[in-house]
Design a protein around this ligand. Sequence first.
Ligand SMILES: [Zn+2]
Length: 728
Amino acid sequence: MKRMDFKHVNYLWDDNVANQLDAVERLRYRSNILGADQRITNTGGGNTSSKIKMTDPLSGEDVDVLWVKGSGGDLRTSTRANFASLYMNKFLSLENIYNKSEIKGVKTEIEDSMVDMYRHATFALNPATSSIDTPLHGLIPFRHVDHMHPISAIAIAASKDQEGLTQEVFGGEVGWVAWQRPGFDLGLVMREELRKNPNLKGLIMGQHGLINWANDDKACYELTLSLIERAALYIEQHDKGEKTFGGQKYESLDEKTRDEILIKLLPVLRGKISQTNRFIGTVHVTENILQFVNSVNAPRLAEIGTSCPDHFLRTKIKPLYVDWDPQKESVESLLQKLESGLVQYRSDYASYYEACKHPNSPAMRDPNPTVILIPGLGLIAWGKNKSESRVTAEFYSLAIEVMRSSDAISEYQGLPLQEAFDIEYWLLEEAKLKRMPPEKEFARNVVVVIGAGSGIGKATAHRIAKEGAHVICADLSEPSARDTADELIKTYGLGIGVAGTGISGCGPAIGLGVDITRRESIRHTLENVILAYGGVDNIIITAGIFVSPDKNGYMPDEKWALTYAINVTGPYLVADEAKKIWQAQELKTSLVITTSANGAVAKPGSVAYDTSKAAANHMVRELAIELAPLVRVNGLAPATVVEGSSMFPRERVISSLSKYNITFDESESTELLRGKLALFYAQRTLTKSPITLADQAEIAYLLSSSKFSKTTGQIISVDGGLHEAFLR
Ligand SMILES: [Zn+2]
């Protein structure tokens, strides 16, 4: 089998790579290349295994070890640490325990309790947690097993006559098992199929996916690809072309109009679905998605919901489809339809919960949709963070491809509601959610830091990212804004999920240029934030300027004007532009403006700067009144942060050192000179310690956080204690 033989999947196996690896690394390699193609499996979906002969660290004897992808993680990005390892003989002995139970079978107590038993079979103290799919691998008597969620196989598995189609497509090489919630029993059911028909190479799993096996790992990989390819070719032959999804009812909007509508729509939508928990959005627009949302059958198919359990755990059992004519209807009518659509969706969700719940079911979760489909516009997905919202967008776009394919060869069927419920509210799933660490202070928050390219802004961006914020690093210098964002991505990762159109495909941080002296520039930046994340929460402004008068004390008029444009008018324009978004969103947020201790202290040589900061102090109070009750507005008043500060360029440091008669040498480095000046300033404070960027970043963070949720209109000084700057 060669790479050119495949049209519908990417053949990526390279012997030159694989033959350098040990058996476990070969499994990792196989998993990575399978996961790299969304047509083979979705992000986080599917699992792989190899049964490998290894030396037992206790007995020194050769034993068979089942290496199988563990719970969590993702095939594409898996490392060795994502694989659990179990003694095969110990794992197989668990069947006796299972059989001893009087009540056994799918969804029984004994089945759920098996998951905890896998730990007893752990080989070599491997801490990776085994997943519920472990028996699907361990009970199949072949050395290598791949379980994937390929679009083409799910399309067969989600069709009305799935068993007959399996026979027609695979001619008896692949068997079929009806939908059953994964677990120990499903493993036994599959082994039984194989016992009845020892020639089977794999199985279509009803409403779920594909599993197949071989005794050689490369052969297993090639089999996986060839089975998926076969199903895809069959689907391709039956493609309905223009008649797909019953044909087109609406037309797409051009990109510019689409973005204009999204910019108006997203904050309103985010506010409406975020009343209990905030969500982060991802806009996903492809030709295939547009073909679906614009189609005649979209309302009917959307109502049936997604089929693969992996998909609907993120997408919810169904999306919210809004029947809106992009050519004839207004944005206002779209907003109205969304509002009534959301009310209907929540009530449908509550009815589904009531109808399907068991006496011991967990409480109903957030009833808002996570996927919203709008003709002409595309798909909007929501998640607790950017990574999850990208995954949600990816999963629904895969579900659309499943529906397209299934509709071509048969009739698409969703999972029965009770089965969907028993997955969504599975006690094992609930236990997994409960084990997750509590969310951080700024989780689910979109925070814009203006001035993030250097100094206090950069330190603040790092501080709030630590609290789980999605950080927009904005700065007059776009390259330095991007540098800060890159540092954050390097620390916290891009996340998983392959989706997001344009800027919406971003990770948890982006760097944008902004000139706060220009309203259009601010507006443009905030619009990009909306397209990237769906809205705006907190804004922290650290951008500022200090212009020294020349040696004779002269300050040109344009420098005076610039000082006011950046230190006073800039923050006002940011607040004024953000106000529209905040009001559309109707969520509580905060604005922090960096002023200065100089705003309260009169001294010679800095009249422009000091008066501009005094104006900024008072603007904090004015804005606090104007933006209440949605937005808290507070000021952070630093003094003399010299460390790494662009406010203290070399010439200002040197002129200050001369002014205070501090000995220095012109040959010394800027940081060394800054250190001397910082020590001198510290001696003038009550606490006698140099003031650092981290000190400022901490207060910028705290003022924005819920810890200060009852404080607004205040200026907090972080100046080491300057009695002459005490506000009264
Ligand atoms: Zn699966």
